[in-house]
Design a protein around this ligand. Structure first.
Ligand SMILES: NC(=O)c1ccc[n+]([C@@H]2O[C@H](COP(=O)([O-])OP(=O)(O)OC[C@H]3O[C@@H](n4cnc5c(N)ncnc54)[C@H](O)[C@@H]3O)[C@@H](O)[C@H]2O)c1
Length: 272
């Protein structure tokens, strides 16, 4: 059968960090609009409520699940509540990540132990905790489970002052491949999306004022991305349209990662 429109009708998704109106909230809404019942897993009650209200306003079904995904207990409780209330689990999206409130972009020797642990916990360790808690339920899915991890161009490429964040996201890319190999025979696919620069309501803090102008100069698609431009690829990977795709990391970055890294214009760099 040739697949038609993207549908998650009858499926249950949990979106870790699915609250608010940034990348997470937009993914939650997008999955719900495709027909999934969505557990909005967030530690912030206001963020969770905002996303659930947006889902319900669009005619979908949302459930606020308030837990901290950085603890094994929080992950286990979130999966139990989702399965108990919504009747199963088919899709897990891990969105929580970033630099946290205390973000400092500094070189390696300036990172404290606590900062390193915090960034690794909220970008890598929790995904292991969430997957470990969710895998039995995903295995029981009648349609096959799907995991989508939000990585970053910082994990597929490198930048100065990214030692912890970059290492965590690179680890997430590797973890995604391991999950794909380990659970393919259980009908579970695992993929990642690696965003470039995405303009979010809370984003931009600490960015230089001319950042967007410099970004426009350097990117093939000359602008930052929008949260819905991450949600679309997540929906694709979560759905049956991607039924033969596993272990992949899809760059969603306006073409940033495909450019030759040394300035070359046609043959103009060659000696005549
Ligand atoms: N914005 C960008 O330019 C960009 C670029 C590359 C990658 N990313 C990645 O995209 C993802 C989303 O980033 P964002 O800043 O847009 O986030 P977001 O605005 O979508 O917010 C994520 C949600 O996670 C919740 N959360 C945070 N810690 C939590 C915890 N321990 N337990 C439960 N909930 C928690 C927050 O309350 C928030 O509602 C991250 O993984 C980030 O690394 C973002």
């Amino acid at each position: 059968m040739i697949p038609g429109r993207i549908s998650l009708e009858g499926r249950v998704a949990v979106v870790a960090g699915g609250g608010g109106d940034g990348i997470g909230g937009t993914i939650s809404l997008c999955l719900a609009q495709a027909g999934a019942a969505v557990a909005v897993l967030d530690r912030d009650a206001d963020c969770a409520r905002q996303a659930v209200e947006a889902i319900e306003a669009a005619g979908g079904r949302g459930l606020a699940v308030l837990e901290d995904v950085c603890t094994p207990e929080g992950c286990a409780a979130a999966v139990e509540r989702t399965v108990g209330t919504l009747g199963g689990l088919d899709v897990l999206v891990n969105v929580v990540g970033g630099m946290g409130g205390q973000a400092r972009w500094v070189v390696t020797e300036e990172w404290t132990d606590a900062e390193w642990d915090h960034i690794l916990s909220m970008n890598l360790r929790y995904v292991f905790l969430m997957c470990r808690a969710a895998l039995p339920s995903l295995r029981a899915s009648r349609v096959g489970g799907s995991i989508v991890n939000i990585a970053s161009i910082s994990g597929t490429h490198s930048a100065p002052q990214h030692v912890a964040y970059g290492a965590a996201k690179a680890g997430l890319v590797s973890m995604t491949r391991s999950l794909a190999l380990e659970y393919a025979r259980d009908g579970i696919r695992a993929n990642a999306v690696a965003p470039g620069v995405i303009r979010t309501p809370r984003g931009g803090r600490g960015m230089a004022s001319d950042f967007e102008a410099r970004l426009a100069e350097s990117l093939p698609i000359p602008r930052p991305g929008q949260p819905q431009e991450i949600a679309g690829p997540v929906l694709f990977l979560a759905s049956d349209l991607a039924s033969y795709v596993t272990g992949q990391t899809l760059g969603v970055d306006g073409g940033a990662a495909v450019r030759y890294p040394i300035p070359v214009l046609g043959r103009s760099h060659m000696m005549s």
